[in-house]
Design a protein. Structure first.
Length: 274
């Protein structure tokens, strides 16, 4: 007896029987889209060769890592670190920073891997500065960092979220990293990071308000100068202690100012009862 089975049902049966059908990679997973994603999401931190930029070079990555692991790490690196994945934690410790969650899908991750499988490892890293100190004016960079000078694009000053050595006891923002060692940590990738931030929080601010080339150079020069001191930002100003001390002082002053205010009322009352 012949039984009519639909094509979708046949695929399910084959898969369930341990024989996954040969399904062509959809166009969304093409190397072409992978290249576009790499250029906009990955290039700032990674090279196609073996050279380190901010993160490791990706030459031969498919041979060094399991594909399923690579897809999972590209999609949710933060979850893998939080879940205790030893490789993810090791990379974070080696490069002294976590890979950001870029909000990519598994399909997009597959596209990137397809591109990396056939990419030219000799392709130059876009926007990578030359070795040595970045050109620029550190004094101007300091003003840009602290908000003393307004960024041309209207983006927030770095101090809103970051601190750095040399800002004094008040320091800077506490929402993100201390950038005192940024020039040493990121090396040649510092300028690329400022030009095209890979972090979602920074992208939300600077995607439509990017830094100009001059601002990038001046901020880089300032961060290099800050890093040459060999120290981190000063400890946070003890605002809770200062606030408590201010309350005590205010209470003492209030007592002095109001000490004799009701004396004229109290004396007659006391006299009536003596």
């Amino acid at each position: 007896m012949l039984v009519s089975v639909s094509v979708p049902m046949m695929l399910v049966l084959l898969t369930a029987a341990g024989h996954p059908p040969d399904v062509a990679i959809p166009a969304s997973q093409s190397a072409g889209e992978g290249e576009a994603l790499f250029e906009t999401q990955c290039r700032v931190c990674h090279s196609l060769g073996a050279d380190r930029v901010i993160g490791p070079g990706l030459e031969g990555i498919a041979e060094r890592r399991n594909r399923a692991w690579l897809v999972a790490f590209i999609v949710a690196p933060d979850e893998m670190v939080a879940g205790g994945d030893s490789i993810a934690i090791g990379l974070m410790e080696e490069y002294q920073m976590p890979m950001p969650n870029l909000g990519l899908t598994e399909t997009q991750a597959e596209s990137i891997l397809e591109y990396l499988g056939g990419a030219d490892a000799t392709s130059p890293v876009a926007s990578t500065p030359q070795a040595g100190l970045p050109e620029g004016n550190a004094a101007i960079g300091r003003d840009l960092f602290t908000g003393g000078s307004r960024l041309e694009g209207g983006g927030a000053a770095c101090i809103s979220c970051h601190t750095v050595a040399g800002l004094g006891p008040l320091g800077g923002g506490t929402l993100s990293n201390d950038l005192s060692a940024a020039a040493t940590l990121y090396g040649v990738g510092l300028t690329a990071l400022l030009e095209s931030p890979p972090y979602p929080a920074m992208q939300a601010i600077y995607d439509t308000r990017p830094l100009t080339p001059g601002e990038v150079s001046n901020l880089s020069a300032f961060l290099v100068e800050a890093g040459q001191s060999g120290t981190s930002a000063q400890s946070r100003f003890p605002f809770p202690a200062v606030g408590f001390g201010g309350m005590v002082l205010l209470a003492a002053l209030s007592g002095l100012l109001w000490r004799g205010r009701l004396r004229g009322v109290r004396k007659p009352l006391i006299g009536e009862h003596t």
